[in-house]
Design a protein around this ligand. Structure first.
Ligand SMILES: Cc1cc2nc3c(=O)[nH]c(=O)nc-3n(C[C@H](O)[C@H](O)[C@H](O)COP(=O)(O)OP(=O)(O)OC[C@H]3O[C@@H](n4cnc5c(N)ncnc54)[C@H](O)[C@@H]3O)c2cc1C
Length: 399
C-alpha cells in the first residue's frame, strides 16, 4: 500500500462538520483565523442521525436565513399523546409557542452550513478521520487518515465537534464520558404513507412506549415523517429498535407506513460537561453535552456554542494566546447564556420521568381541550398537584 505522510499547519482545526463544527469554523474564519474543518464522512450530513426539528427563533438568533433548499416543512402545532392515547393540542391560538419551527432536510442543511464555513474562508477536508491527538507546548498535533493516507495536522487550537461519541475531549484529558443513564439510545425510521392528524404538528408520545424518553412523529411534508424514539437502556429490557417496531405497529398514524431510512444514534441528555475547555482545545455541540436534556434537541444549542467558540478561537489566535485562561471565555459565555434554562429542563425531565402511565393519562385528561392562554400558573400547578403531589415536589423546585 502506498502511504504518504503529509503535515498540514493551521491556526484552528475543527474536528467534525456537523452543525456545531461548521458554525465554529465559520466564525473562527470570519474572525481572521486560518481554519481547517475535517470530517470522517465522504458526504457531510449523510447519513443523518436526527429527527430534524429546529426552532425558527433559534436559527434567526444565529443569523441564518431560512432556505427552501433545506426546509422540508414548517411546524406551528404540537400534539402531546398520553399512554392510553389521550391527546392535548398546543397551537398558536391556545398557547404562546416559543418553539414553532422547521423540519429540516439535515443532509442538505449540514452541507449548507459547511459551505457557509467555506465561504467565510475555512478549508474543508472530507473523508478525513482524526485518530489521535497530542497536546504539545504551544500547539496540538492530530494524526489523521485522509482519503487512505496518513497525515498530521499541527494547529494552535483544536475545536472538538465530533458528536455524541466524541473522542477529542478524552484525548485532551477532559472528563467527557457520559454515564449510561445520561445517554439516550435514539432510533428512527423516515417513513412514507404516514397518516397524520395534522401535517403542521409535531407529535410526542409519553410513557412506557419509550422508557426514559419519548416517541415522536415529525412531519416532513405530504405523507412523509421522521418516526422515532429515545430510551435509556437501563430502564427497559427491550432494545430501542424493538420499542420502535412496537410503536410503529401500534400507532394509528404509522400502521400503513413504509420506512425508507433507518437512523440510530446516542443522545447525551445529562446536561453539559463540567468543563469543556482546556489549553488549546475546546469542545462544542454533542461533544460537550450541549443538548437540551428534556427534548434531546442539540442542533441550535450546538450551533450557539460553535458561534461563541469560533469567535473566542479567532480572538485567541489574534492575541497569540491559546491557553485555557484565554479560551475559558467560551465556556463562561455559554454557561451564562444556557445554564439556568438547562437546569430547568433537567428538572422538568426528572418530573416527567417520575410519572406513571396512569398519572400521564390523568394529566392529559385534565388538560385536554384547555385554552392555555387563559390558564394562569396557579391553576396549572393546581391541576398538576391533583394528579401527583409527590411528583409535583420535583417540579416545584423548578420555579
Ligand atoms: C434519533 C435522533 C433524533 C434527533 N432529533 C433531533 C431534533 O429533532 N432536533 C435537534 O435539535 N436535535 C436532534 N437530535 C440531536 C442532534 O442530532 C445533535 O444534537 C446534533 O447533530 C449535534 O450536532 P454536532 O455538530 O454537535 O454533532 P454531529 O451532528 O453528530 O456531528 C459530528 C460530526 O463529527 C464527525 N466525526 C466524528 N468523529 C470524527 C473524527 N474522529 N474525525 C473526523 N470527523 C469525526 C461525524 O462524522 C459528524 O459529521 C437527534 C439525535 C438523534 C440520535
Amino acid at each position: 500500500m502506498n502511504m504518504k505522510l503529509e503535515t498540514i499547519e493551521t491556526d484552528v482545526l475543527v474536528i467534525g462538520a456537523g452543525p456545531a463544527g461548521s458554525t465554529a469554523a465559520k466564525h473562527a474564519a470570519m474572525g481572521g483565523a486560518e481554519v481547517l474543518l475535517v470530517d470522517k464522512k465522504s458526504e457531510i450530513g449523510t447519513p443523518k442521525r436526527c429527527a430534524e426539528g429546529v426552532s425558527k427563533n433559534g436559527l434567526e438568533k444565529l443569523g441564518i436565513k431560512p432556505s427552501h433548499r433545506w426546509i422540508a416543512a414548517e411546524m406551528d402545532r404540537v400534539r402531546l399523546v398520553s399512554p392510553s392515547g389521550i391527546d392535548v393540542w398546543l397551537n398558536q391560538e391556545n398557547v404562546h409557542l416559543p418553539e414553532t419551527g422547521y423540519n429540516l432536510e439535515r443532509k442538505v442543511f449540514d452541507k449548507h452550513m459547511a459551505m457557509d464555513a467555506a465561504r467565510a474562508g475555512s478549508q474543508i477536508m472530507v473523508k478525513t478521520l482524526a485518530k489521535e491527538l497530542t497536546l504539545k507546548d504551544d500547539y496540538v498535533l492530530v494524526k489523521a487518515e485522509s482519503m487512505g493516507n496518513h497525515i498530521e495536522i499541527k494547529s494552535k487550537i483544536v475545536i472538538g465537534a465530533d458528536g455524541p461519541e466524541s473522542r477529542v475531549g478524552r484525548w485532551a484529558g477532559l472528563k467527557s464520558t457520559s454515564k449510561p443513564k445520561n445517554m439516550e439510545s435514539g432510533v428512527q425510521f423516515e417513513m412514507v404513507g404516514v397518516e397524520l392528524e395534522d401535517t403542521r404538528a409535531v407529535e410526542f408520545y409519553f410513557g412506557s412506549v419509550a422508557p426514559g424518553g419519548y416517541a415522536w412523529i415529525f412531519p416532513k411534508g405530504d405523507d412523509i415523517a421522521n418516526v422515532g424514539l429515545g430510551i435509556i437502556n437501563s430502564m427497559t429490557s427491550k432494545n430501542a429498535y424493538h420499542h420502535l417496531l412496537d410503536f410503529v405497529r401500534e400507532c394509528k398514524a404509522t400502521q400503513k407506513a413504509v420506512s425508507v431510512e433507518f437512523n440510530v444514534g446516542g443522545i447525551p441528555v445529562g446536561g453539559p460537561l463540567n468543563e469543556f475547555v482546556t489549553d488549546n482545545v475546546m469542545l462544542v455541540g454533542d461533544a460537550a453535552g450541549q443538548v437540551n436534556p428534556l427534548t434531546g434537541g442539540g442542533i441550535i444549542s450546538g450551533m450557539q456554542a460553535g458561534l461563541i467558540a469560533g469567535e473566542v478561537a479567532a480572538n485567541a489566535i489574534n492575541e497569540g494566546n491559546c491557553s485555557l485562561e484565554n479560551l475559558k471565555e467560551y465556556e463562561t459565555r455559554w454557561v451564562e447564556e444556557n445554564s439556568l434554562s438547562f437546569q430547568k429542563y433537567l428538572k422538568a425531565k426528572e418530573y416527567l420521568l417520575s410519572l406513571s402511565n396512569e398519572e400521564l393519562d390523568s394529566i392529559a385528561r385534565a388538560f385536554q381541550g384547555s385554552d392555555f392562554e387563559r390558564i394562569g400558573p396557579m391553576e396549572l400547578l393546581g391541576k398538576l398537584v391533583k394528579v401527583s403531589p409527590k411528583a409535583m415536589v420535583k417540579l416545584g423546585k423548578i420555579f
